[in-house]
Design a protein around this ligand. Sequence first.
Ligand SMILES: [Fe+2]
Ligand SMILES: [Fe+2]
Length: 373
Amino acid sequence: MSTTEDLIGRADLNDLEAILSVSAPDREESIRAVRDNADAIFTWDYEKGARPALNKLYEKAKVSMWNGETDLPWDTVVDQEEVARNNQALAGGFENLDLSHTPFAKWGDKEWTNLGMEFQNWSLSQFMHGEQGALICTAKIVETVPWIDAKYYASTQVMDEARHVEVFARYLDSKLNGHYPLNAHLGLLLEDIIEDSRWDMTYLGMQIMVEGLALAAFGFMHQMTTEPLLKQLLRYVMSDEARHVAFGVLSLQEYYAELTAAELMERQEFAFEAAVRMRDRFMQQEVWERMGLNPRDVLPLLIDNPNRLLFQQMLFTKIVPNCKKLGLLDANDGWLRTRFQELGVIDFEHLTDTSDEYQAFALSDAELKTEVG
Ligand SMILES: [Fe+2]
Ligand SMILES: [Fe+2]
């Protein structure tokens, strides 16, 4: 059994120096190659519907496609500064804190508004990069999963993810005032998922962990933002994302039921490592640097900030019940349950899992009606 240090390179979850030591390398290159160690699998069993839940999801996906070019109101005028002023809650949750002996003491309205805009640039940039990760991971699932119903479904998700990358990139380019490169913590996680040779690890890393977090984060931003184009964009993306998380839960449920305790342990460790990387990502170290602050001065304020803590925990509302449904919380004497306790997120285990939530998130016929012309 591995220790926390073996898994995430530090014994203390809140070791700030260790968190900051993972930073994005100065990359000038416009592409990055990552070795995929998995075999591509053919199956000769073409029986459609052998896995009814996946078949149902596939049929649902076919009639749920929307068009990022024509279904969103791109002519909406976005005043990013006004959006930032109206959405202070999205800008870090520093309200009600005594900031008098901190780097923020000298800040006025202008700096707080700039921070709000940088948060938006950062968040949407990470969403966009994460969506490309999903595009690549799901293409990998098409190749590696041995079941025909899963290959069929995954192919529809590839199309969904292309659409998501497309709309986030367009929003960043045409409505916001800056981009960020891929966050280093998120990058490590995506590379771990792509390099792994075991087909189910792609699902666990992407559909359960990354997309589970995305669904929660999109939901939060969808609820908070006053900007109508972004609100609708997130609504459409979430209707797909809920299906993707369901795909992960429904596929792994069958597979994990047959794994040994030792095999499950590897999955539990992978889930924990992914959870920590995603939490570290939300320290947003690049934003502090761009605002001219030293992240070493800011991170202690984040770690102790109850508003931030709440936000951070909220990101796990989908992940924890889904891990429970897959048996990952309780296997091996509740190893992952203890880790999630340390992260302060175990209370979410009683929320409903996401195996059929996609039906509630589905777009209506009116929302799906694309104008031809
Ligand atoms: Fe997506
Ligand atoms: Fe997705």
